[in-house]
Design a protein around this ligand. Structure first.
Ligand code: HMG
Ligand code: MG
Length: 299
């Protein structure tokens, strides 16, 4: 029993580009987002209001948000780590934010300069103020399957951090396999444990990096458990600058090939997206790692 429709949460402009060494102009980023929307994507994570020294590629967050045209039914989400980030986002009229916690101590310190407990303390007023302003708040939990420094991560550790974040009032929870080490049995166990802990199925999203080629199999396992929000990145761009073993995200085109093959609706035009990723590959000066982009470009 698979869902009839899946909501794709597109992270190409944020997770996809945050790790790029060469500077990409704000104009190109804005065109990228516009093309993603034109291809039918309805939830697009656009940028991050983090410290520009930590993620220089996204230092133009304000400019980019100012360039994006509001489109009916489209949500532009931005990453926000703290009160300063939230203020910057609210000043630009942003209506959807995502906070991002780690379930492991090492990554929490490397990515946020905080222990897990300190990070939750940092997020508490952010979620409170955002919700009071009617802003949607997604909470990412990273390293849910394994961590490069701490190894395999127990399911109970994920449930612990995730339930604390949801209790703050977050509207959505996203499971991040940041370094792509997860496998379908692990994903199934994680989703079941979170639902058993009281997280609503329709609040849950999954976010797989494809380091070990398991992302699509992991998506299928999550769908079979009733998850209907799946993150992916156009062309398979991506990686995290603070987790070196992280490669690209699951490619949106590969995800579409699977979902449409299963008869699951997404509202996204695969061919328009492939054209977008081919254009972006030219801007970046290297081919897309997506197998579906490669296959359709050659056909
Ligand atoms: P910190 O150094 O502890 O910051 O960094 P602080 O609170 O001590 O402040 C230091 C200075 O930074 C102050 O300025 C602040 O105003 C300024 P000063 O008074 O010295 O002039 N500052 C800011 N400036 C602009 N925007 C802000 C901001 N905050 C403070 N928001 C901090 C803490 C959280 C800021 C830092 O660690 C940071 O920016 N981290 C972001 C890391 C990041 O973006 N990582 C990638 C995203 S996570 C990811 O990719 C995983 C995901 O895809 C899911 C998955 O795959 O699992 C989501
Ligand atoms: Mg990620």
């Amino acid at each position: 029993n698979l869902p009839q429709r899946v909501r794709i949460y597109e992270v190409g402009a944020r997770d996809g580009l945050q790790n790029e060494k060469q500077v990409i102009s704000t104009v190109v980023k804005a065109e990228f987002v516009e093309r993603l929307v034109a291809a039918g994507l309805r939830t697009v994570e656009a940028t991050s209001f983090v410290h520009p020294k930590w993620v220089p590629q996204l230092a133009d967050a304000e400019d980019l948000i100012d360039r994006l045209q509001p489109v009916d039914g489209v949500r532009y989400v931005v990453l926000v780590p703290n009160a300063k980030g939230l203020q910057r986002a609210l000043d630009r009229g942003v209506r959807d934010i995502a906070i991002f916690a780690s379930v492991t101590e090492t990554f929490s310190r490397r990515n946020l300069n905080r222990s897990v407990a300190e990070s939750i303390e940092m997020f508490t007023p952010v979620v409170e103020q955002a919700r009071a302003a009617g802003v949607g708040v997604r909470a990412y939990v990273s390293m849910v399957c394994g961590d490069p420094w701490e190894g395999k991560v127990p399911v109970t550790q994920v449930v612990d951090v995730a339930t604390r974040l949801v209790a703050l009032g977050c509207t959505e929870l996203c499971l991040g396999d940041t370094i792509g080490v997860g496998t379908p049995g692990h994903v199934r166990a994680l989703v079941r444990a979170l639902i058993a802990a009281g997280i609503e199925r329709d609040q849950l999203g999954v976010h797989f990096h494809d380091t070990y080629g398991q992302a699509l199999a992991n998506v299928l396992a999550a769908l079979q458990e009733g998850v209907t929000t799946v993150d992916s990145s156009a062309g398979g761009l991506g990686g995290c600058p603070y987790a070196e073993s992280a490669t690209g995200n699951l490619a949106t085109e590969d995800l579409l090939w699977q979902l449409h093959g299963l008869g699951i609706e997404t509202g996204v035009d695969l061919h328009a997206l492939v054209r977008t990723s081919l254009w972006m590959a030219e801007e970046l000066g290297r081919p897309s790692p997506s197998r579906t982009v490669q296959a359709l470009a050659a056909s």
